[in-house]
Write a protein that binds this ligand. Sequence first.
Ligand code: BES
Ligand code: MN
Ligand code: ZN
Length: 488
Amino acid sequence: MQITFASSKDTATRLVARIIARDSFPADLPAHVREGAEAARFAGKAGQVFETWYEEGGRLVRLALAGCGNGNGEALAGHAGTERAGAALAAKYLTSGESALVLDLTGSGLTAEQTAGALVGLSLRSWRWDAYRTKLKDEQKRSLDKVIVIGAPDGAEAAWDVEAAVVKGVEFTRELVTEPANILYPESFVARARERFAGTGVAIEVLGEDEMRELGMGALLGVSQGSVRKPQLLVMKWLGGKPDDKPALLVGKGVTFDTGGISLKPPAGMEDMKWDMGGAGAVTGAMLAIAGRKAKANVIGVCGLVENMPDGNAQRPGDVVTTMSGQTVEVINTDAEGRLVLCDAMTWAQGQFAPDVMVELSTLTGAMMIALGSEHGGLFSNSDALADQLLAAGKDSGDKLWRFPLSPAYDKLIDSPIADMKNVGPRYAGSITAAQFLQRFVNEGVDWAHLDIAGMVWADKPGATWDKGATGYGVRLLDRFVRETREG
Ligand code: BES
Ligand code: MN
Ligand code: ZN
């Protein structure tokens, strides 16, 4: 979406939108518009849209009123309400035939932050990936690609500049998550990141298979050995903070396709496993957002990229692998591969960058979807302070989290008779035992959080700021977390 700010109405654009708070029609609204809106039960609820056409000075106006709520249990506060309003406008007009929309904020009383929120909603909800759709009918094609804001409050453009960088990050994540696994595999993931980070100030470093073997990453390599795709460890460095501030480390699970390996998954729904790199996607998009808005913080993103396939060289259930940390793992189930990839990525990155905080994101367990559905990501942490910061960033960004427990009793469940641990526990508490596994690879003194985002990466139905498909979950969360805790 191309967004511009202008000082006065350009009369060439037919579609005009105004944002209306709950039960508060502006005084200058033509009487017939207000009457029509009330008759249609439009009350300015967040996400409600009312449309009417009328003639004014010899030209036809297509006027849309978009509700932003009242903040009382309904989103007006901050940017949330206007974001819903902007998103509702995008959903309604994306394929409407209109190519431009004037967002008229004259006299609206919106703050700069709320204005930016509306534009975030408009941009995010209009993202789609039509790269492989060659036979779209005209009426299925996107038409709206331009928004002209008039009457914006002071500071709105500057506020939008910051949020626009975050939107770019979310969009990049959605792109990575959407791409199928024949197109996006470890090496092509890295190539696309290199392309996108050119000129952003993010330094990219990549470890290949040989380097990982020398480092002793036996767990990560065990997962990738059944695939012809070569594994990659992608490192993205943004050093916008003070030189001796410790970095925040973000780690992502990047299984570009998860067949389950020899513990093969059933066919129904297996295509979903193209988005088993959603954690890596979120970390990569967050790095683009953070760099794009020139965050005053040191942040390092590390993605473990592999494909989990079952060929003649694939690892077997019962195999014992040695992780880079020296700890050994009995691989009971080759489908519990995410933790095997992450443990080596975490060990290497902590050794390399000495972070004080490590936040790891992964589509780790189906059990997380059973527990939380698609409303919250699961949060596990060894630090109450870090957990609270992430919960707060979740609320503020809309990428919500819910905390789960960790304890020695759960940890015991993954002890193995032949190795230091096994890669799965018993049937119950599957998300927690997965987190316990990861905790065994957290260094002393590091505040760590594991976010199991299995239910959040992909949506079966449209949400407020996304269509069906990739949501971009995690980018805004991580961006908020960095803003609120690392840039003080
Ligand atoms: N990538 C899956 C988890 C997953 C499943 C994410 C469905 C999103 C949707 C993960 O690698 C996996 O297969 N986990 C297993 C673990 C089990 C073998 C202990 C699972 O959840 O079934
Ligand atoms: Mn798996
Ligand atoms: Zn997986």
